[in-house]
Design a binder for this molecule. Structure first.
Ligand code: OXD
Ligand code: MN
Length: 583
């Protein structure tokens, strides 16, 4: 296979001239091809076969031990004007960045095959989808892209028709962390990544294209590319609602997208459209529609079990690639929170004992599966027009402060709520875990331009439609001295039910300085082992803590200087003054 598109052909040849591979292989995206890659990686030791009886067609990949998460400090947005990248991004001058990368990429593929992966983010026949081509020297990346995107011949045909694609070049290089860079050139719609094989750094369709480059494209073309799951909720009256929710990495997006209704919620059905990324477009009537640009899940493994998240658990029983999990004595994958099995080997391949304190799976170990493995996959994930969004939900991991749920007063206040998201850091990115940091719209690591311009873009929607989704904030992670107060997982449907009722004007709310809160009786807790006092704790607003929080948000906004939209600062002032006046 090669291409009739001259632009693509020339670009591939240019990259080959610099990287000097032994051969060039164009991926056709067929199942046979995928199997061929698996076979090859079993031979080279890049993959190990897992127990064929209990985990058919499942494989384990062990990454380099220094290459287990996204590397935000090595991720750059290279715009000609530094201000366009903003204080939220590392910036490098594009000429300097290209020079640096040209040196690192020189001959980096010699002795290796260069794979060319044409892919389409979103349903092949959707006008909301966008295409890209990833060049890589890693068969592990190709196999993951096969599961995560619509790639191969059909994507290539669309690229040839449109004559437009995002250019991504990836090489694992020599995996030296000192020579690792994930660079984005939004003005050129180009990505160059070297020195890492980890998903978020190497599967360029995902974070690099579908968020960083796409957020820039969305700014220019008037839509939104967001770090959001999309979930379909059907009530007993058979009405369907679509909710998009943004939480920082490893804060339960996959679990919420695959939620199983709790006991007593007969007649409720929950299906998944997407678990990580949503592209939102407004139609002529002012309705927002969302597509999931991905076709698979790259999910956090630890904590996945049959009791808490059965759909995710079922999804990874066959045809899955596991990265950096442990192994049991009968060659099954094992991770903390799995509940059964006898682990003997850790993610590094070392035999260890199951004494307390020993960890078998890396905390950011991952599964890669096709979305179709999910028993609750919604066919509308393939709909070219996407799904109509009723509610947008923001959330973070906050052991204090934020109530279980509240609703913003209107769209602009909702933009403030999203822009103010703070969350305790997780293992999804290299660095210290558990520190509260600002993660606006859960996009801190993924917005491909200046956050101030991004908030201005979000605010611009308020004058464009009377039919905008309602905006909410949730916090599943509030703690007291006995641990998490809210049970989470399937019980989160109790909160989504209130959200849906608010969208239908069927539930009341209490007007507070921070937003609308449910009346205590409006969250259905029947069958739940939770006391009235705990429910009160979950909704308690501590005025002093909130004033401190608002001050820290104000200081954060100041970093954005003159580009900061006055409208957002106004929203902030309104909340502060209401808090000050409250008792
Ligand atoms: C992810 C992440 O892998 O956000 O989705 O890190
Ligand atoms: Mn994510």
């Amino acid at each position: 296979m090669s291409t009739s598109n001259q632009k693509l052909e020339n670009w591939v040849n240019d990259i080959a001239n610099v990287t000097n591979p032994d051969s060039i292989y164009w991926c056709d995206g067929t199942h046979d091809e995928y199997e061929g890659f698996i076979k090859e990686m079993l031979n080279t030791g890049d993959l190990m076969k897992l127990n064929e009886e209990s985990f058919p067609n499942c494989y384990l990949h062990r990454s380099d031990q220094s290459d287990v998460a996204r590397v935000e400090h090595l991720t750059f947005i290279c715009t000609s004007n530094q201000e366009d990248a903003g204080p939220n991004n590392n910036w490098m001058d594009p000429i300097e960045a290209h020079n640096k990368l040209d040196t690192l990429f020189e001959n980096c593929m010699s002795g290796r095959t260069m794979y060319v992966i044409p892919y389409c983010m979103g349903p092949i026949d959707s006008k909301l989808s966008r295409c890209g081509v990833e060049i890589t020297d890693s068969p592990y990346v190709v196999a993951n892209m096969f599961l995560m995107t619509r790639m191969g011949q059909k994507a290539l045909a669309r690229i040839e028709r449109e004559d437009k694609f995002v250019k991504g070049v990836h090489s694992i290089g020599d995996l030296d962390p000192d020579k690792r860079f994930i660079m984005h050139f939004p003005e050129e719609e180009t990505i160059r990544s070297i020195g890492s094989g980890y998903g978020g750094n190497a599967l360029l369709g995902k974070k690099c294209h579908a968020l960083r480059i796409a957020s820039w494209q969305a700014l220019k073309e008037d839509w939104l590319a967001e770090h959001m799951l999309i979930v379909e909720i059907e009530n007993p009256q058979e009405e369907k609602f679509y909710v998009a929710a943004a939480f920082p990495s490893a804060c339960g997006k996959t679990n919420l997208a695959m939620l199983i209704p709790p006991e007593g919620y007969d007649g409720w059905k929950v299906r998944t459209i997407g678990d990580d990324i949503a592209w939102l477009h407004m139609d002529d009537s002012g309705q927002i529609w969302a597509i999931n640009p991905e076709a698979g899940y790259f999910g956090v493994v630890p904590g996945t079990n049959e009791d808490d998240n059965e759909n995710a658990y079922q999804a990874i029983q066959s045809n899955a690639i596991f990265t950096n999990v442990g192994l049991t004595d009968n060659n099954e994958p094992w991770w903390e929170g799995k509940k059964d099995g006898n682990p003997t080997i850790d993610w590094k391949g070392e035999t260890i004992s199951a004494d307390s304190g020993n960890v078998f799976a890396h905390p950011n170990s991952r599964f890669t599966v096709s979305a179709k493995n999910n028993p609750k996959y919604s066919n509308l994930a393939d709909s070219p027009s996407g799904v109509p969004i009723s509610a947008i939900v923001f959330g973070g991991r906050r052991s204090e402060l934020a109530p279980l749920v509240y609703q913003s007063k209107d769209w602009n206040h909702g933009v403030l709520v999203g822009a103010s998201v703070g969350s305790e850091t997780t293992a999804a990115a290299a660095g210290e875990v558990g520190i509260v940091r600002r993660d606006p719209m859960a996009m801190k690591p993924f917005c491909g331009y200046n956050f101030a311009d991004y908030w201005t873009h979000w605010l611009s929607f308020s004058s464009k439609s009377e039919r905008l989704p309602k905006i909410f904030h949730v916090n599943w992670f509030r703690k007291n001295d006995q641990g998490f107060i809210w049970p989470g997982f399937g019980d989160n449907l109790r909160v989504l039910e209130w959200i849906i009722k608010r969208c239908q004007n069927q539930a009341d709310a209490i007007d507070t300085p921070i937003g609308f809160l449910p009346k205590p009786e409006d969250i259905d807790t029947s069958g739940l082992d939770i006391t009235k006092d705990s429910m009160e704790e979950l909704f308690h607003i501590n005025k002093d803590q909130w004033l401190e929080e608002m001050e820290s948000i104000r200081e954060y906004f100041l970093e954005y200087g003159d580009r900061m939209p006055e409208m957002l600062l106004d929203e902030h002032r309104k909340v502060v003054s209401k808090l000050e006046q409250s008792d």
